[in-house]
Write a protein that binds this ligand. Structure first.
Ligand code: ACM
Length: 544
Protein backbone atom coordinates (compact mmCIF):
# COMPACT_ATOMS: atom_id res chain seq x y z
CA UNK A 1 0.00 0.00 0.00
CA UNK A 2 2.77 2.35 1.06
CA UNK A 3 4.62 1.42 -2.15
CA UNK A 4 1.57 2.09 -4.30
CA UNK A 5 1.15 5.49 -2.65
CA UNK A 6 4.80 6.30 -3.42
CA UNK A 7 4.41 5.19 -7.02
CA UNK A 8 1.31 7.33 -7.54
CA UNK A 9 2.97 10.34 -5.91
CA UNK A 10 6.08 9.93 -8.05
CA UNK A 11 4.13 9.60 -11.27
CA UNK A 12 2.13 12.74 -10.44
CA UNK A 13 5.39 14.59 -9.77
CA UNK A 14 6.88 13.33 -13.01
CA UNK A 15 3.94 14.27 -15.15
CA UNK A 16 3.89 17.77 -13.60
CA UNK A 17 7.53 18.38 -14.40
CA UNK A 18 7.15 16.73 -17.79
CA UNK A 19 4.37 19.00 -18.94
CA UNK A 20 6.32 22.07 -17.86
CA UNK A 21 9.43 21.04 -19.76
CA UNK A 22 7.41 19.74 -22.68
CA UNK A 23 6.00 23.13 -23.64
CA UNK A 24 8.79 25.62 -22.97
CA UNK A 25 9.36 27.83 -26.01
CA UNK A 26 12.86 28.05 -27.45
CA UNK A 27 14.36 30.63 -29.76
CA UNK A 28 17.16 30.54 -32.34
CA UNK A 29 19.54 31.94 -29.73
CA UNK A 30 19.33 28.63 -27.84
CA UNK A 31 21.04 26.73 -30.67
CA UNK A 32 24.55 28.10 -31.12
CA UNK A 33 26.26 25.24 -32.92
CA UNK A 34 29.51 25.39 -34.94
CA UNK A 35 29.91 24.01 -37.54
CA UNK A 36 26.37 24.86 -38.60
CA UNK A 37 24.32 21.67 -39.06
CA UNK A 38 22.70 20.80 -42.40
CA UNK A 39 19.25 21.25 -40.90
CA UNK A 40 18.10 22.27 -37.44
CA UNK A 41 14.46 22.49 -36.45
CA UNK A 42 13.53 24.42 -33.35
CA UNK A 43 11.06 22.49 -31.18
CA UNK A 44 9.20 23.33 -27.99
CA UNK A 45 10.44 21.78 -24.80
CA UNK A 46 13.62 21.05 -22.86
CA UNK A 47 15.40 17.93 -21.70
CA UNK A 48 16.69 18.23 -18.17
CA UNK A 49 20.04 16.65 -17.49
CA UNK A 50 19.95 15.21 -13.97
CA UNK A 51 21.83 12.63 -11.92
CA UNK A 52 19.15 10.15 -13.01
CA UNK A 53 19.91 10.60 -16.71
CA UNK A 54 21.27 7.41 -18.22
CA UNK A 55 23.06 6.73 -21.47
CA UNK A 56 21.76 3.69 -23.32
CA UNK A 57 23.82 2.24 -26.13
CA UNK A 58 24.52 -1.08 -27.77
CA UNK A 59 27.89 -2.67 -27.00
CA UNK A 60 29.16 -1.63 -30.45
CA UNK A 61 28.84 2.00 -29.35
CA UNK A 62 30.56 1.55 -26.00
CA UNK A 63 33.41 3.87 -26.97
CA UNK A 64 30.98 6.67 -27.86
CA UNK A 65 28.86 6.00 -24.76
CA UNK A 66 31.90 6.26 -22.51
CA UNK A 67 33.01 9.42 -24.26
CA UNK A 68 29.56 10.95 -23.71
CA UNK A 69 29.47 9.78 -20.12
CA UNK A 70 32.80 11.49 -19.38
CA UNK A 71 31.74 14.62 -21.22
CA UNK A 72 28.41 14.91 -19.39
CA UNK A 73 29.99 14.15 -16.05
CA UNK A 74 32.48 16.93 -16.72
CA UNK A 75 29.88 19.55 -17.70
CA UNK A 76 27.30 18.62 -15.08
CA UNK A 77 29.43 17.53 -12.11
CA UNK A 78 27.01 14.58 -11.98
CA UNK A 79 27.88 10.96 -12.57
CA UNK A 80 26.04 10.13 -15.83
CA UNK A 81 26.30 6.39 -16.33
CA UNK A 82 26.18 4.19 -19.43
CA UNK A 83 24.11 0.99 -19.67
CA UNK A 84 23.44 -1.50 -22.47
CA UNK A 85 19.68 -1.48 -22.09
CA UNK A 86 16.84 0.27 -20.31
CA UNK A 87 13.95 2.61 -20.83
CA UNK A 88 14.52 5.34 -23.40
CA UNK A 89 12.32 7.62 -21.29
CA UNK A 90 14.52 10.17 -19.61
CA UNK A 91 17.62 8.69 -21.23
CA UNK A 92 20.10 9.55 -23.95
CA UNK A 93 20.04 6.75 -26.50
CA UNK A 94 22.87 6.14 -28.96
CA UNK A 95 22.06 3.96 -31.94
CA UNK A 96 23.10 2.98 -35.46
CA UNK A 97 20.65 3.89 -38.21
CA UNK A 98 21.64 2.36 -41.57
CA UNK A 99 19.06 4.50 -43.41
CA UNK A 100 21.19 7.64 -42.87
CA UNK A 101 22.88 8.29 -46.22
CA UNK A 102 26.25 9.80 -45.27
CA UNK A 103 28.95 7.65 -43.63
CA UNK A 104 29.62 10.44 -41.12
CA UNK A 105 26.02 11.67 -40.90
CA UNK A 106 23.82 11.68 -37.82
CA UNK A 107 20.42 12.68 -36.51
CA UNK A 108 20.01 14.25 -33.09
CA UNK A 109 16.53 14.41 -31.61
CA UNK A 110 16.09 16.19 -28.29
CA UNK A 111 12.67 15.93 -26.64
CA UNK A 112 11.62 16.76 -23.11
CA UNK A 113 11.49 13.05 -22.26
CA UNK A 114 14.58 11.73 -24.02
CA UNK A 115 17.42 12.31 -26.43
CA UNK A 116 18.32 10.06 -29.36
CA UNK A 117 21.50 10.24 -31.40
CA UNK A 118 21.50 8.04 -34.50
CA UNK A 119 24.46 7.61 -36.81
CA UNK A 120 25.01 5.71 -40.00
CA UNK A 121 28.22 4.64 -38.24
CA UNK A 122 29.79 5.14 -34.83
CA UNK A 123 31.51 8.20 -36.33
CA UNK A 124 28.15 9.83 -37.02
CA UNK A 125 27.05 9.08 -33.45
CA UNK A 126 30.27 10.73 -32.24
CA UNK A 127 29.50 13.89 -34.23
CA UNK A 128 25.96 13.91 -32.83
CA UNK A 129 27.53 13.87 -29.36
CA UNK A 130 29.68 16.86 -30.29
CA UNK A 131 26.62 18.81 -31.40
CA UNK A 132 24.74 17.83 -28.24
CA UNK A 133 27.64 19.04 -26.11
CA UNK A 134 27.33 22.51 -27.66
CA UNK A 135 23.61 22.66 -26.76
CA UNK A 136 24.26 22.12 -23.05
CA UNK A 137 24.43 25.37 -21.07
CA UNK A 138 28.01 26.15 -20.18
CA UNK A 139 27.29 27.88 -16.88
CA UNK A 140 28.22 25.33 -14.20
CA UNK A 141 26.50 27.29 -11.44
CA UNK A 142 23.07 26.60 -12.96
CA UNK A 143 21.02 24.25 -10.81
CA UNK A 144 19.29 22.86 -13.90
CA UNK A 145 21.01 21.90 -17.13
CA UNK A 146 18.28 22.25 -19.75
CA UNK A 147 18.89 21.20 -23.35
CA UNK A 148 16.54 22.78 -25.90
CA UNK A 149 14.38 20.40 -27.94
CA UNK A 150 15.35 20.02 -31.57
CA UNK A 151 15.62 17.77 -34.57
CA UNK A 152 18.99 18.02 -36.25
CA UNK A 153 19.99 16.19 -39.40
CA UNK A 154 23.60 16.68 -40.30
CA UNK A 155 26.48 15.49 -42.45
CA UNK A 156 29.75 17.00 -43.67
CA UNK A 157 30.43 18.67 -47.00
CA UNK A 158 34.00 17.33 -47.32
CA UNK A 159 35.52 13.98 -46.34
CA UNK A 160 38.92 15.46 -45.37
CA UNK A 161 38.80 17.95 -42.51
CA UNK A 162 42.30 18.41 -41.27
CA UNK A 163 44.61 20.23 -38.89
CA UNK A 164 48.37 20.01 -38.93
CA UNK A 165 50.84 20.51 -36.10
CA UNK A 166 54.59 20.96 -36.45
CA UNK A 167 56.18 19.38 -33.36
CA UNK A 168 59.70 19.70 -34.76
CA UNK A 169 60.47 23.41 -34.62
CA UNK A 170 59.08 23.26 -31.10
CA UNK A 171 58.24 20.07 -29.30
CA UNK A 172 54.91 19.55 -27.54
CA UNK A 173 54.13 17.06 -24.78
CA UNK A 174 51.84 14.08 -25.28
CA UNK A 175 49.36 15.78 -22.93
CA UNK A 176 49.21 18.78 -25.22
CA UNK A 177 48.93 16.65 -28.36
CA UNK A 178 45.90 15.00 -26.73
CA UNK A 179 44.41 18.39 -25.89
CA UNK A 180 44.96 19.42 -29.51
CA UNK A 181 43.15 16.27 -30.65
CA UNK A 182 40.28 17.13 -28.29
CA UNK A 183 40.01 20.58 -29.87
CA UNK A 184 39.88 18.94 -33.30
CA UNK A 185 37.20 16.48 -32.18
CA UNK A 186 35.04 19.28 -30.78
CA UNK A 187 35.07 20.82 -34.27
CA UNK A 188 34.28 17.53 -36.10
CA UNK A 189 37.70 17.53 -37.74
CA UNK A 190 38.67 14.01 -38.76
CA UNK A 191 42.37 14.26 -39.65
CA UNK A 192 45.44 15.24 -37.63
CA UNK A 193 48.52 15.76 -39.78
CA UNK A 194 51.44 15.25 -37.41
CA UNK A 195 54.61 16.87 -38.77
CA UNK A 196 57.23 14.74 -37.02
CA UNK A 197 60.57 15.35 -38.72
CA UNK A 198 62.40 18.50 -39.65
CA UNK A 199 65.76 20.24 -39.96
CA UNK A 200 65.48 21.38 -36.34
CA UNK A 201 64.55 18.03 -34.80
CA UNK A 202 63.53 14.41 -35.47
CA UNK A 203 60.69 13.67 -33.06
CA UNK A 204 59.71 10.00 -33.39
CA UNK A 205 61.59 7.00 -32.00
CA UNK A 206 62.78 4.64 -34.76
CA UNK A 207 64.18 1.49 -33.16
CA UNK A 208 66.46 0.55 -36.05
CA UNK A 209 68.09 4.01 -36.13
CA UNK A 210 68.51 5.19 -32.52
CA UNK A 211 70.73 8.12 -33.48
CA UNK A 212 67.73 9.79 -35.14
CA UNK A 213 66.56 10.65 -31.65
CA UNK A 214 69.77 10.47 -29.56
CA UNK A 215 71.38 13.00 -31.95
CA UNK A 216 68.66 14.21 -34.32
CA UNK A 217 66.12 15.18 -31.64
CA UNK A 218 68.44 17.71 -30.03
CA UNK A 219 69.72 21.08 -31.14
CA UNK A 220 72.34 23.01 -29.25
CA UNK A 221 70.35 26.25 -29.16
CA UNK A 222 67.59 28.19 -30.87
CA UNK A 223 67.63 31.42 -32.78
CA UNK A 224 66.08 34.43 -31.04
CA UNK A 225 63.61 36.62 -32.93
CA UNK A 226 63.14 36.68 -36.66
CA UNK A 227 66.39 35.14 -37.93
CA UNK A 228 66.29 32.52 -40.63
CA UNK A 229 68.42 30.76 -43.22
CA UNK A 230 68.34 33.76 -45.55
CA UNK A 231 69.30 36.32 -42.97
CA UNK A 232 72.50 35.20 -41.27
CA UNK A 233 73.74 38.60 -40.12
CA UNK A 234 73.25 39.92 -36.61
CA UNK A 235 71.21 36.96 -35.46
CA UNK A 236 71.24 35.87 -31.86
CA UNK A 237 70.89 32.47 -30.27
CA UNK A 238 69.59 31.65 -26.81
CA UNK A 239 72.42 29.24 -25.93
CA UNK A 240 69.92 26.75 -24.44
CA UNK A 241 69.99 23.10 -25.62
CA UNK A 242 66.55 22.05 -26.89
CA UNK A 243 65.13 18.60 -27.60
CA UNK A 244 62.39 16.03 -27.26
CA UNK A 245 60.80 13.10 -29.04
CA UNK A 246 57.92 10.65 -28.74
CA UNK A 247 58.66 7.03 -27.89
CA UNK A 248 56.81 4.42 -29.91
CA UNK A 249 54.71 3.60 -26.83
CA UNK A 250 53.67 7.26 -26.60
CA UNK A 251 52.83 7.32 -30.29
CA UNK A 252 50.64 4.22 -29.89
CA UNK A 253 48.85 5.86 -26.97
CA UNK A 254 48.18 9.01 -29.00
CA UNK A 255 46.99 7.05 -32.04
CA UNK A 256 44.56 5.14 -29.77
CA UNK A 257 43.38 8.43 -28.20
CA UNK A 258 42.74 9.90 -31.66
CA UNK A 259 40.98 6.73 -32.86
CA UNK A 260 38.57 6.95 -29.92
CA UNK A 261 37.76 10.45 -31.19
CA UNK A 262 37.33 9.31 -34.80
CA UNK A 263 40.46 11.13 -35.90
CA UNK A 264 42.98 9.64 -38.31
CA UNK A 265 46.57 10.67 -37.72
CA UNK A 266 48.63 11.16 -40.86
CA UNK A 267 52.31 11.07 -39.89
CA UNK A 268 54.71 13.18 -41.93
CA UNK A 269 58.24 11.95 -42.57
CA UNK A 270 59.86 14.68 -44.69
CA UNK A 271 61.90 13.78 -47.75
CA UNK A 272 64.08 14.52 -49.62
CA UNK A 273 64.45 18.00 -48.05
CA UNK A 274 63.94 19.33 -44.52
CA UNK A 275 66.12 16.40 -43.47
CA UNK A 276 69.04 18.13 -41.75
CA UNK A 277 68.37 16.42 -38.39
CA UNK A 278 68.42 12.98 -40.05
CA UNK A 279 71.61 13.60 -42.03
CA UNK A 280 73.24 15.02 -38.91
CA UNK A 281 72.46 11.75 -37.11
CA UNK A 282 73.61 9.67 -40.12
CA UNK A 283 75.97 11.76 -42.31
CA UNK A 284 76.26 8.87 -44.77
CA UNK A 285 72.68 9.66 -45.85
CA UNK A 286 73.73 13.15 -47.00
CA UNK A 287 75.50 14.26 -50.16
CA UNK A 288 78.79 15.60 -48.79
CA UNK A 289 79.83 13.26 -45.97
CA UNK A 290 80.19 16.32 -43.74
CA UNK A 291 79.20 16.22 -40.08
CA UNK A 292 76.36 18.73 -39.80
CA UNK A 293 74.53 20.14 -36.80
CA UNK A 294 70.80 19.93 -36.17
CA UNK A 295 69.25 23.21 -37.36
CA UNK A 296 69.13 26.12 -34.96
CA UNK A 297 67.62 28.62 -37.43
CA UNK A 298 64.35 28.54 -39.38
CA UNK A 299 63.96 28.39 -43.14
CA UNK A 300 65.18 26.17 -45.92
CA UNK A 301 68.52 24.36 -45.59
CA UNK A 302 70.54 23.02 -48.53
CA UNK A 303 71.11 19.63 -46.85
CA UNK A 304 68.91 16.95 -48.39
CA UNK A 305 69.09 13.16 -48.60
CA UNK A 306 71.44 11.63 -51.15
CA UNK A 307 69.50 9.57 -53.74
CA UNK A 308 71.60 6.50 -52.84
CA UNK A 309 70.49 2.91 -52.29
CA UNK A 310 71.57 3.34 -48.67
CA UNK A 311 69.10 6.24 -48.27
CA UNK A 312 66.26 4.24 -49.83
CA UNK A 313 66.95 1.31 -47.49
CA UNK A 314 66.99 3.72 -44.55
CA UNK A 315 63.71 5.39 -45.57
CA UNK A 316 61.99 2.06 -46.19
CA UNK A 317 63.09 0.87 -42.74
CA UNK A 318 61.84 4.09 -41.15
CA UNK A 319 58.53 3.95 -43.01
CA UNK A 320 58.08 0.29 -42.05
CA UNK A 321 58.23 1.26 -38.35
CA UNK A 322 55.99 4.27 -39.01
CA UNK A 323 53.36 2.14 -40.79
CA UNK A 324 53.32 -0.28 -37.86
CA UNK A 325 52.35 2.63 -35.59
CA UNK A 326 49.90 4.51 -37.81
CA UNK A 327 46.97 2.72 -39.50
CA UNK A 328 46.35 5.73 -41.79
CA UNK A 329 45.98 4.89 -45.49
CA UNK A 330 47.82 8.13 -46.32
CA UNK A 331 51.42 8.69 -45.27
CA UNK A 332 52.77 12.23 -45.74
CA UNK A 333 56.21 12.28 -47.33
CA UNK A 334 56.73 16.06 -47.39
CA UNK A 335 58.39 16.90 -50.70
CA UNK A 336 58.41 20.68 -50.18
CA UNK A 337 61.30 23.11 -50.28
CA UNK A 338 64.08 20.73 -51.31
CA UNK A 339 66.93 22.83 -52.78
CA UNK A 340 68.78 21.05 -55.55
CA UNK A 341 72.28 22.56 -55.14
CA UNK A 342 73.72 19.53 -53.33
CA UNK A 343 72.43 17.17 -56.03
CA UNK A 344 73.87 19.45 -58.73
CA UNK A 345 77.28 19.02 -57.14
CA UNK A 346 77.02 15.35 -56.20
CA UNK A 347 78.69 12.71 -58.38
CA UNK A 348 76.30 10.07 -57.12
CA UNK A 349 73.19 12.19 -57.79
CA UNK A 350 74.40 12.98 -61.31
CA UNK A 351 75.04 9.28 -61.95
CA UNK A 352 71.47 8.44 -60.90
CA UNK A 353 70.14 11.13 -63.25
CA UNK A 354 72.12 9.61 -66.11
CA UNK A 355 71.36 5.99 -65.30
CA UNK A 356 67.62 6.60 -64.92
CA UNK A 357 67.43 8.82 -68.02
CA UNK A 358 66.21 11.85 -66.02
CA UNK A 359 66.25 15.38 -67.41
CA UNK A 360 67.37 17.27 -64.33
CA UNK A 361 67.33 17.43 -60.51
CA UNK A 362 63.55 18.08 -60.49
CA UNK A 363 63.02 14.79 -62.26
CA UNK A 364 65.44 13.24 -59.77
CA UNK A 365 63.14 14.44 -56.96
CA UNK A 366 60.19 12.94 -58.81
CA UNK A 367 62.14 9.65 -59.20
CA UNK A 368 62.93 9.74 -55.47
CA UNK A 369 59.28 10.20 -54.53
CA UNK A 370 58.00 7.63 -57.02
CA UNK A 371 60.30 5.03 -55.46
CA UNK A 372 58.96 5.82 -52.01
CA UNK A 373 55.43 5.74 -53.38
CA UNK A 374 56.00 2.32 -54.94
CA UNK A 375 57.25 1.00 -51.63
CA UNK A 376 54.30 2.41 -49.67
CA UNK A 377 51.80 1.23 -52.31
CA UNK A 378 53.25 -2.28 -52.01
CA UNK A 379 52.29 -2.15 -48.32
CA UNK A 380 48.76 -0.94 -49.07
CA UNK A 381 49.41 2.72 -48.27
CA UNK A 382 49.29 5.87 -50.40
CA UNK A 383 51.41 8.97 -50.33
CA UNK A 384 50.34 12.55 -49.77
CA UNK A 385 52.83 15.37 -50.32
CA UNK A 386 53.15 19.17 -50.57
CA UNK A 387 52.48 20.58 -54.04
CA UNK A 388 56.19 20.59 -55.01
CA UNK A 389 55.70 16.87 -55.72
CA UNK A 390 54.12 17.99 -59.00
CA UNK A 391 57.51 19.28 -60.18
CA UNK A 392 59.34 16.82 -62.38
CA UNK A 393 56.21 14.65 -62.68
CA UNK A 394 53.60 13.55 -60.15
CA UNK A 395 53.80 10.03 -58.68
CA UNK A 396 50.89 7.93 -60.06
CA UNK A 397 48.74 7.55 -56.93
CA UNK A 398 49.75 10.62 -54.97
CA UNK A 399 47.41 13.02 -53.18
CA UNK A 400 48.55 16.65 -53.42
CA UNK A 401 48.43 19.11 -50.54
CA UNK A 402 48.19 22.53 -52.19
CA UNK A 403 49.89 25.16 -50.02
CA UNK A 404 51.51 27.66 -52.42
CA UNK A 405 48.09 28.97 -53.32
CA UNK A 406 45.55 26.83 -55.14
CA UNK A 407 47.44 26.34 -58.40
CA UNK A 408 48.97 22.99 -57.47
CA UNK A 409 45.63 21.70 -56.26
CA UNK A 410 43.88 22.78 -59.46
CA UNK A 411 46.56 21.17 -61.61
CA UNK A 412 46.42 17.91 -59.64
CA UNK A 413 42.59 17.74 -59.66
CA UNK A 414 42.63 18.24 -63.44
CA UNK A 415 45.02 15.28 -63.59
CA UNK A 416 42.46 13.28 -61.56
CA UNK A 417 44.53 13.21 -58.39
CA UNK A 418 43.04 13.74 -54.96
CA UNK A 419 43.74 17.12 -53.44
CA UNK A 420 43.71 18.70 -49.99
CA UNK A 421 43.60 22.49 -50.04
CA UNK A 422 45.69 24.45 -47.57
CA UNK A 423 46.68 27.72 -49.27
CA UNK A 424 48.72 30.06 -47.09
CA UNK A 425 46.33 33.01 -47.42
CA UNK A 426 43.46 31.18 -45.75
CA UNK A 427 44.89 28.16 -43.97
CA UNK A 428 48.23 29.18 -42.42
CA UNK A 429 47.56 29.66 -38.75
CA UNK A 430 51.17 30.65 -38.09
CA UNK A 431 50.45 33.98 -39.83
CA UNK A 432 49.39 37.06 -37.89
CA UNK A 433 45.67 37.15 -37.27
CA UNK A 434 45.20 40.92 -37.11
CA UNK A 435 46.94 43.75 -38.89
CA UNK A 436 47.92 45.31 -35.55
CA UNK A 437 51.14 43.37 -35.24
CA UNK A 438 52.17 45.30 -32.15
CA UNK A 439 49.26 43.66 -30.30
CA UNK A 440 50.31 40.18 -31.38
CA UNK A 441 53.02 37.79 -30.29
CA UNK A 442 55.85 37.45 -32.82
CA UNK A 443 54.72 35.46 -35.86
CA UNK A 444 56.35 34.40 -39.09
CA UNK A 445 54.58 37.17 -41.06
CA UNK A 446 51.57 37.23 -43.35
CA UNK A 447 48.00 37.95 -42.35
CA UNK A 448 45.18 35.44 -42.09
CA UNK A 449 42.21 36.89 -40.23
CA UNK A 450 39.32 34.83 -38.88
CA UNK A 451 37.20 36.38 -41.61
CA UNK A 452 39.75 35.38 -44.26
CA UNK A 453 39.50 31.80 -43.06
CA UNK A 454 35.71 31.95 -42.98
CA UNK A 455 35.61 33.38 -46.51
CA UNK A 456 37.58 30.47 -47.94
CA UNK A 457 35.98 28.25 -50.60
CA UNK A 458 38.01 25.02 -50.91
CA UNK A 459 36.71 23.97 -54.34
CA UNK A 460 38.22 26.42 -56.86
CA UNK A 461 35.91 27.83 -59.50
CA UNK A 462 38.47 26.84 -62.16
CA UNK A 463 37.42 23.21 -61.71
CA UNK A 464 34.45 21.56 -63.43
CA UNK A 465 31.96 19.73 -61.19
CA UNK A 466 33.65 16.45 -62.10
CA UNK A 467 37.15 17.78 -61.35
CA UNK A 468 35.90 19.36 -58.12
CA UNK A 469 35.20 15.86 -56.76
CA UNK A 470 38.96 15.40 -56.38
CA UNK A 471 39.06 18.14 -53.75
CA UNK A 472 38.76 16.03 -50.61
CA UNK A 473 38.69 19.02 -48.27
CA UNK A 474 40.96 21.49 -46.55
CA UNK A 475 43.40 21.76 -43.68
CA UNK A 476 44.81 24.41 -41.33
CA UNK A 477 48.59 24.39 -40.84
CA UNK A 478 50.46 25.30 -37.68
CA UNK A 479 54.20 25.77 -38.17
CA UNK A 480 55.71 26.39 -34.77
CA UNK A 481 58.93 28.35 -35.34
CA UNK A 482 57.52 31.16 -33.21
CA UNK A 483 55.30 29.11 -30.90
CA UNK A 484 57.16 27.56 -28.02
CA UNK A 485 54.27 26.93 -25.62
CA UNK A 486 50.92 25.11 -25.81
CA UNK A 487 49.10 28.31 -24.85
CA UNK A 488 50.59 30.06 -27.84
CA UNK A 489 49.52 27.27 -30.20
CA UNK A 490 45.97 27.45 -28.82
CA UNK A 491 46.00 31.20 -29.32
CA UNK A 492 47.00 30.79 -32.97
CA UNK A 493 44.36 28.16 -33.80
CA UNK A 494 41.38 29.56 -31.93
CA UNK A 495 39.13 30.87 -33.32
CA UNK A 496 40.61 30.34 -36.80
CA UNK A 497 40.13 26.57 -36.57
CA UNK A 498 36.52 27.17 -35.55
CA UNK A 499 35.99 29.21 -38.73
CA UNK A 500 37.69 26.55 -40.86
CA UNK A 501 35.53 23.81 -39.36
CA UNK A 502 32.40 25.51 -40.70
CA UNK A 503 34.02 26.05 -44.12
CA UNK A 504 34.65 22.33 -44.54
CA UNK A 505 31.68 20.85 -42.74
CA UNK A 506 28.70 23.09 -43.53
CA UNK A 507 26.81 23.77 -46.73
CA UNK A 508 28.39 26.48 -48.87
CA UNK A 509 25.07 28.32 -49.27
CA UNK A 510 24.59 28.49 -45.47
CA UNK A 511 27.74 30.51 -44.87
CA UNK A 512 26.97 33.80 -43.15
CA UNK A 513 29.75 35.76 -41.48
CA UNK A 514 27.47 37.84 -39.21
CA UNK A 515 25.59 34.80 -38.01
CA UNK A 516 28.85 32.89 -37.54
CA UNK A 517 30.23 35.68 -35.34
CA UNK A 518 27.14 35.46 -33.11
CA UNK A 519 27.58 31.71 -32.68
CA UNK A 520 31.28 32.21 -32.10
CA UNK A 521 30.50 34.30 -29.02
CA UNK A 522 28.82 31.24 -27.54
CA UNK A 523 31.63 28.89 -28.53
CA UNK A 524 34.14 31.11 -26.73
CA UNK A 525 32.28 30.29 -23.51
CA UNK A 526 33.07 26.63 -24.22
CA UNK A 527 36.72 27.57 -24.89
CA UNK A 528 36.71 29.29 -21.48
CA UNK A 529 35.10 26.34 -19.72
CA UNK A 530 37.67 24.00 -21.25
CA UNK A 531 40.53 26.33 -20.48
CA UNK A 532 41.47 26.87 -24.13
CA UNK A 533 43.50 29.99 -24.82
CA UNK A 534 42.29 32.01 -27.81
CA UNK A 535 42.78 35.28 -29.64
CA UNK A 536 39.97 37.34 -28.08
CA UNK A 537 40.72 40.54 -29.96
CA UNK A 538 40.54 38.79 -33.31
CA UNK A 539 36.81 38.13 -32.77
CA UNK A 540 35.82 41.75 -32.97
CA UNK A 541 35.70 42.77 -36.59
CA UNK A 542 37.17 42.65 -39.99
CA UNK A 543 40.83 43.34 -39.16
CA UNK A 544 42.62 44.44 -42.26
C1 ACM B 1 55.30 24.45 -46.28
O1 ACM B 1 54.71 25.39 -45.72
N1 ACM B 1 56.60 24.50 -46.47
C2 ACM B 1 54.59 23.29 -46.76
Amino acid sequence: MKQLFLLVTLSILCSCSSSKYETIKNSAADYQVIPKPTSLTIQNGQFLLTENTKIIAAASLENEANYLSNLLTEVSNKEIAYTNAGSKKGSITLQIDPTIANEEGYTLVVKYDGITISGKTATGVFYGIQTLSQLIPVDKTLSKLAIPATIIEDSPRYVYRGMHLDVARHFFSTDFVKKYIDILAMHKMNTFHWHLTEDQGWRIEIKKYPKLTSIGANRKETIVGHGNTWNKENVQYDGIPYGGFYTQEEVKDIVAYATERHITIIPEIELPGHSLAAVTAYPELGNTGEQYEVGTRWGVFPEIYSPSEQTFTFLEDVLTEVMALFPSKLIHIGGDEAPKSQWENSKLAQEVIKKEGLKDEHELQSYFIRRIEKFLNSKGRNIIGWDEILEGGLAPNATVMSWRGEKGGIEAAKMKHDVVMTPTKYCYFDFYQTSKKEDEPLAIGGLTTVEDVYSYEPTPKELTAEEGKYVLGAQGNVWTEYMSTPEHVEYMILPRLTALSEVIWSKKEDKNWTNFQERLQHITKIYDAKNYNYAKHSLKSKEK
